[in-house]
Design a protein around this ligand. Structure first.
Ligand code: A2P
Length: 319
């Protein structure tokens, strides 16, 4: 394994339950994870920080060896809220800096003070009799300028974006003084996103893919069905049998072998180990092509769908 390989698989922290989160983060670092993908919206940054602190205090790793990402939530897009939002994340994580800070969604929502609700989530006034998802007229270039100021102040090493499409990325490249270092998007064999990944490559932007196992992440949210699992695809099973690996390892290996960083989440120690043990084998060119050919442009995490279903607001960001 190359020294940098370990950063190609980060631990996705979305949906890690608070009561288990510190232990999972600690154990993940203990078994070799060095990249953690956090966000204000995941609601567990205090516990993530506790796991990190324990690992560092026991000498398992140093802060410098870790790469920690977090994300700016939709309600903090206005210029004056960006730095306080990062500072809140830093204080929750117990860190003086993070490696990457990303705009979580290209969706601006009205400001919710920390004391009112944290994380604020999607609904503006959840206690009201008709809770609403609202949007705010904050242009993304304003938010990006404030993100650039964070780099200038040394609070974060790299900045980037999530859930941008090609049009938004092209636009960002036109006004960015500090270019985005990372693009984080949903991608798996059912949503290969080749054009967007190629465009990011032209701009020298690293791509991290979330939900690299596809539907699995969405079963517990009722946003996918078991039959939509890519792990039962014959091409995946055939490669798993040839290489004596699990179907999940095949799909994750496909993710990194195509040049992306992946951030699978697991709450289970065996699966955590499985998910980083993907650097001692290679998929053949034809296996790579066969898995890529599973693409059906199936997006599981689409605000155009879930905002309407859950928050009664139609707000698509992909066409
Ligand atoms: P669990 O936490 O019980 O392991 P993603 O990161 O693509 O969003 O997917 C996460 C989902 O996939 C979670 O439901 C997680 O469940 C499951 N998962 C993670 N790793 C594996 C694996 N190696 N094999 C099967 N399921 C996995």
């Amino acid at each position: 394994m190359d020294n940098n390989d370990i950063y190609k698989v980060g631990l996705g922290l979305w949906k890690l339950p608070k009561d288990e989160c510190a232990d999972i983060v600690y154990n993940a670092i203990k078994i070799g994870y060095r990249h953690l993908d956090s966000a204000c919206d995941y609601g567990n940054e205090i516990e993530v920080g506790q796991g990190i602190a324990r690992a560092i205090s026991e000498g398992i790793c140093t802060r410098k060896e870790l790469r920690i990402t977090s994300k700016l939530w939709n309600t903090y897009h206005a210029q004056e809220h960006v730095q306080p939002a990062l500072e809140k994340t830093l204080s929750d994580l117990g860190l003086t800096y993070i490696d990457s800070y990303l705009i979580h969604f290209p969706i601006a929502q009205p400001y919710v003070p920390f004391e009112t609700r944290y994380p604020p989530e999607w609904i503006f006034k959840p206690e009201s009799s008709s809770p609403e998802m609202l949007t705010a007229p904050v242009p993304l270039h304003e938010t990006w300028q404030a993100m650039e100021a964070l780099v200038d102040k040394g609070l974060v090493s790299k900045i980037g974006v999530c859930n941008y499409n090609s049009g938004l990325l092209n636009d960002l490249m036109a006004y960015a003084k500090i270019k985005p270092a990372q693009l984080q998007i949903e991608s798996h064999p059912y949503l290969t996103q080749e054009r967007l990944i190629k465009l990011a490559g032209h701009y020298d932007i690293d791509v991290t893919t979330f939900s690299p196992l596809g539907a699995l992440s969405y079963l517990e949210l009722d946003m996918a069905d078991k039959t939509e699992s890519v792990l039962t695809q014959p091409v995946v099973i055939a490669a798993a049998e040839r290489l004596n690996k699990t179907p999940a390892q095949i799909v994750l290996r496909w993710g990194v072998q195509r040049g992306c960083t992946i951030i699978p989440k697991s709450s289970n120690l065996n699966r955590l180990k499985e998910n980083i043990s993907i650097f001692d084998f290679e998929l053949s060119e034809s296996e790579m092509a066969d898995i890529s050919a599973l693409n059906i442009n199936k997006r599981f995490n689409d605000p155009g769908d879930f905002c309407e279903a859950a928050f009664n607001k139609f707000y698509p960001i992909y066409d």
